[in-house]
Design a binder for this molecule. Structure first.
Ligand code: NAD
Length: 371
């Protein structure tokens, strides 16, 4: 039996409730298809600060380094608004991303046909949408130095951020995007601002070279990030994989997310380098939404973003492609059957809570695994 090691970090707010629905699926897979998942659970965020004095402890970091993939719920909440900056709940997530070297952030934007009317765009524009934004996560203007506000002494100040990319950073995110495209519709669109930014010019040059030398069989297009943003809203289905830097990726992935409706539906993955010793890629899977303190503990949270994040883990960390397809199909069929949590409720549908939604997906997933 394969051994697949998962670290579960439920976190705060609705994190534990939504993670519980994934734990049901893990148990189901171990029982029915002998998946061999071994899980450990640890604290992160405010819960870890309360119990361990830090938003992620060294012991938890050691577990995260040793496992095959991390499943992360959500962190934060008003209870921790006053804690020291470096110990705030979000610092736990940032440390995980940084110490695990998670440089590629994957944000799929999928429009389930049953939810097409929840989009602000027309059904014809959005129905069947399936695109993947690959955002560089550890470089660029959010981290470049100098980063400061200088007092010029004449009543003026100067604020500086530095957009900086080195060759290896662009090469590895480009390779990640091309590899992902090969598992999809074989097309990459690279977005930058080569008309006004040196880093955009160099980004374009490196992506073009990696394509020519290593991935000539994948279709590559280049777009200026502003024009690309317009096309993303006007006719999003023309894209397959979009690769872009940290800043543009932050914005474009949120725009793409909004195309598809609710926050409770959006999964993500953050991938690192392949470990030479094990041949495995470091990875963390998490919903895009936060800890939703307004509904936490009430059994109302939509667990689908957490479940879809687990499906991404099956696909990208465990190469369980058929199982990932089955789980994603189970989500789509559950929605098709009119089952909804409060955040995506529509007329004529049946409203359920967190566990009701998790059970509805699990039943359909079980049937598919057995087929
Ligand atoms: P949020 O995503 O937690 O919630 C925004 C709104 O969406 C709320 O009304 C919430 O009830 C709703 N919502 C979110 N997820 C839902 C789900 N699965 N089902 C049903 N409804 C859902 O964002 P916020 O309110 O701005 O932030 C709350 C806390 O979460 C803050 O402390 C913030 O810092 C933190 N946060 C954490 C992460 C993370 O852990 N990655 C991300 C964003 C925000």
């Amino acid at each position: 039996m394969a051994s697949r090691k998962l670290l579960l970090l439920p976190g705060d707010g609705i994190g534990p409730e939504t993670m519980a629905e994934v734990e049901k699926l893990i148990a189901l897979m171990n029982d029915t298809v002998d998946a061999g998942f071994e899980t450990e659970t640890a604290l992160v965020g405010g819960a870890a600060y309360d119990a361990e004095g830090a938003p992620v402890s060294d012991a938890t970091m050691a577990l995260a380094t040793a496992c095959d993939a991390v499943l992360f719920g959500a962190v934060g909440g008003p209870k921790w608004d006053g804690v020291p900056y470096e110990k705030r709940p979000e610092a736990g997530l940032l440390r995980l991303r940084k110490d695990l070297g998670l440089f590629a952030n994957l944000r799929p934007a999928i429009c389930y046909p049953a939810l097409a009317d929840a989009s602000s765009l027309k059904r014809a524009v959005i129905e069947g949408l399936d695109i993947l934004i690959v955002r560089e996560l550890t470089g660029g203007v959010y981290f470049g130095e100098p980063k400061e506000i200088i007092d010029l002494g004449n009543g003026q100040k100067r604020a500086i951020d530095t957009q900086v990319y080195e060759t290896y950073e662009i090469e590895r995110i480009a390779r990640a995007a091309f590899d992902l495209a090969k598992t999809r519709r074989n097309k990459v669109t690279s977005m930058e601002k080569r008309n006004v930014m040196k880093s955009g010019l160099y980004w374009n040059e490196v992506v073009t070279r990696i394509h020519r030398d290593e991935y000539p069989d994948v279709t590559l297009e280049h777009e200026l990030a502003d024009a690309g943003g317009m096309k993303l809203v006007k006719a999003p289905k023309q894209f397959d994989v979009i690769v872009t830097d940290n800043l543009f990726g932050d914005m474009l992935s949120d725009v793409a997310a909004q195309l598809t409706g609710s926050l409770g539906m959006l999964p993500s993955a953050s991938l690192g380098a392949v470990d030479d010793a094990t041949g495995k890629r470091r990875a963390l899977y998490e919903p895009v939404h936060g800890s939703a303190p307004d509904i936490a503990g009430k059994g109302l949270a939509n667990p689908l973003a957490m479940i879809a994040s687990f499906a991404m883990g099956l696909r990208y960390s465990f190469q369980m492609i058929a199982e990932a397809d089955a789980l994603e199909a189970a989500i789509a069929e559950t929605l098709e059957a009119g089952i909804r949590t409060g955040d995506i409720m529509a007329e004529g549908c049946e409203q359920v809570g967190t566990a009701g939604m998790g059970d509805a997906v699990a039943a359909r997933f079980r049937a598919k695994l057995a087929a």
